[in-house]
Design a protein around this ligand. Structure first.
Ligand SMILES: [Zn+2]
Ligand SMILES: [Zn+2]
Length: 137
């Protein structure tokens, strides 16, 4: 069984889950790029009620192009982004794979918003690329 365990930079926020991921993808959308302050976010869609979170988080909400409300959840001490959630799929928490203890637990199955990728952060090869968000997670 896969195990997803990790936390923020300072360790105040931790999470763990053994749930089956709904998806694992790299996302190059504007929200992921700006909120992570990196080229893209690698996200693991897990059923939120099967993820054990510890530590308080701060939340920032933004409306996506699709009209969905996206919430970004950060550690209020070190400001690592731990997960995002979307009003279009409220059952899932999108865990930020960069916060995993074991980075090999994540392997991207798709690249979304590939058309938005920065010239210096090329989309991961060998998996399907989508110009927008496909109907996943
Ligand atoms: Zn922290
Ligand atoms: Zn995104």
């Amino acid at each position: 069984m896969a195990e997803f365990k990790g936390g923020c930079l300072c360790g105040a926020v931790r999470y763990a889950s053994t749930a089956e991921p709904a998806f694992m993808a790299n996302c190059h959308c504007d929200d992921c790029r700006k909120s992570s302050a990196a080229g893209h976010m690698s996200l693991i869609g897990l059923p939120k009620d099967q993820v054990e979170f510890s530590g308080a988080m701060s939340e920032y909400q933004v409306t996506a192009d699709s009209g969905a409300s996206i919430s970004h959840h950060f550690c209020p001490s070190c400001w690592s982004q731990v997960y995002t959630a979307s009003s279009s799929t409220p059952v899932n928490a999108h865990i930020v794979a960069a916060t995993l203890d074991d980075l090999s637990a994540f392997s991207p199955q798709a690249v979304v918003f590939a058309s938005k990728a920065a010239p210096w952060d090329r989309p991961f090869e060998g998996v399907p690329h989508f110009d927008k968000m496909p109907p996943i997670g």
